[in-house]
Ligand binder design. Sequence first.
Ligand code: SF4
Ligand code: SF4
Length: 282
Amino acid sequence: MALCQKAHGRKLATGRAQVLVLYELEPPGLEEAGAGHSDIASVSVCKLEKITHADLLHALASGFDVICLQASSAPQGQDLQRLEVELVRALGGLGRILLFNGGAGLDRQLSARLLPFPSVAPEVLAVGSRRDTARASAAALLPASTGHADLPDQAPYGSVSLNEDLCNNCNSCVWVCPSEALSLTENGGALSFVESLCTQCGLCVSICPQRALSMAPGMDLTAYAVLPHLLAGSGGKMDAADTGEGAAEDPAAAWHQPAETGLPIAEVSITPVPETRHTGRV
Ligand code: SF4
Ligand code: SF4
């Protein structure tokens, strides 16, 4: 939060691009890199794989223009990082995050001229849980017309659909749901769902004896996501959100950068966000 506040303040004062470099082994040449037109904030991190998409999205939405994240030295850690970076790209950070290996040549990449993006005061986005912060940050990063962001498999956000013809009202899915995303309506006669609470853990789908449930990763960026609504089939209201304009680009296509090589910032497409918004969506 403090780092983001400083970056946000520096950008407002100078108009210079803000770059965050997160590393375990300090890359050479960081001191001088970008000195001409960017401000570099370098931070030593004990466990790079502990940096989540929520942290990265918050940093991008609230002060930093580009993040350079060093790949973990552990292969399993790199797998975790890939998913986190893939989520960041799908939720508004496309072209603004670089996963690099080692650090040789990073100084040359950092010397590329970068355009500053609009940002929101960090404390505005740090609301509620980390999931809430990620959601608010994504809403600030993506174009205002984006109603729904497609996310990769294994994403911890998404919807659940019900085939009402198959459901026998056993309520097993409600009892097993660990996040209370699923519940019963007041009269107990129907299933209710809150998308913002669903972690896509899959327990409800697994336990359903009728195979009546299915999951779809994604993030509804409208206020509808936090409201309880009747669990519907894929032809229900949830599909209306799926058709939101300006959906994020294909995240699978976006995640093509091998951690071993990294993608030079100079080759990263950086497009100013046409509109920054942070209200009305949580
Ligand atoms: S996928 Fe998990 S969190 Fe989502 S509704 Fe099913 S049990 Fe609940
Ligand atoms: S577990 Fe399956 S059959 Fe039982 S209430 Fe849930 S959706 Fe219906």
